[in-house]
Design a protein around this ligand. Structure first.
Ligand code: GAR
Length: 209
C-alpha cells in the first residue's frame, strides 16, 4: 500500500474527491493523514469522520516560513508518505521544503498554467477575456505555481460568466482531474525526471489524448 498525505487550508473539496476515489476504486494506496495550516479548515472534519488522522500546524503562530516549514515537514514525515498532495494548501513553500519532496509532491492550481499563477485566477481570467480556462496538476518545484505539468482540464469561458459561475465550472473538473492524476502517480504511470514529467508508457498516454 502506498501512503498519501494531503495538505489543505480550507474546504477541502479536492481532498474529499481523492478520498472518495481511493475508496470507491480501491486504490493500492491509503490516505494516511490530512494536515492543515488552519484549525478552522472545514475539510478536517470530513477527514476525521472518514477515519483519517488529522493534524494542524497553525501557520499564524510562526514568525518565519523556515520554522513553519520545518515543523510541517516533521509532521508529514511521521506518516512516511510516498506522495504529498497539496489540495488548496494556500502557503508559499521554502525551497528546502520543496526539495525534500522533489518528485513526490503534487499541486492543483485553478488555471491553465502558465497563465494566471497566484491568487484570484477566475476573476483574472474573466478580466483578461480568455475563451478557455481550467485547472492544472503539476509537480511542485521552487517557483510558485510552476513545475512540470502532469494533467490539465479545460473549460469554456461563457458570455455572462461571473467569478462564482466560472470557479464552479473549473472546480467540477478539478474533482475529476486530481483524483485521476494522483491515482496515475500511485500506479507509476508517470514520474518526474530531470525536471520533466516522464510517462512510463508513452504510446498509451498519447492514445488517451
Ligand atoms: C481549488 O480550486 C484549488 O485549485 C485552489 O484552491 C481551491 C481549493 O478548494 N488552489 C489554489 O489556488 C492553490 N494556489 P478545496 O479546498 O475545496 O479543494
Amino acid at each position: 500500500m502506498k501512503r498519501i498525505v494531503i495538505l489543505i487550508s480550507g474546504r477541502g473539496s479536492n481532498m474529499q474527491a481523492i478520498v472518495r476515489a481511493a475508496r470507491e476504486e480501491q486504490w493500492p494506496a491509503q490516505i494516511v493523514a490530512v494536515i492543515s495550516n488552519r484549525s478552522d479548515a472545514a475539510g478536517l472534519e470530513y477527514a476525521s469522520n472518514n477515519g483519517i488522522a488529522t493534524e494542524v500546524i497553525p501557520s499564524k503562530q510562526y514568525t518565519t516560513r523556515e520554522s513553519f516549514d520545518a515543523d510541517l515537514r516533521e509532521a508529514i514525515d511521521r506518516f512516511t508518505p510516498d506522495l504529498v498532495v497539496l489540495a488548496g494548501f494556500m502557503r508559499i513553500l521554502t525551497p528546502d521544503f520543496v526539495a525534500h519532496y522533489k518528485g513526490r509532491m503534487l499541486n492543483i492550481h485553478p488555471s491553465l498554467l502558465p497563465d494566471f499563477p497566484g491568487l484570484h485566477t477566475h476573476q483574472r481570467a474573466l478580466d483578461a477575456g480568455v475563451k478557455e480556462h481550467g485547472a492544472t496538476v503539476h509537480f511542485v518545484t521552487a517557483e510558485l505555481d510552476h513545475g512540470p505539468t502532469v494533467a490539465r482540464a479545460t473549460v469554456p469561458v461563457l458570455p455572462g460568466d461571473t467569478e462564482d459561475v466560472l470557479s464552479a465550472r473549473v472546480l467540477e473538473q478539478e474533482h475529476r482531474l486530481y483524483p485521476q492524476a494522483v491515482r496515475e502517480f500511485i500506479d507509476g504511470t508517470y514520474r518526474m525526471e530531470n525536471g520533466r514529467v516522464v510517462f512510463a508508457d508513452v504510446a498509451r498516454h498519447l492514445d488517451k489524448k
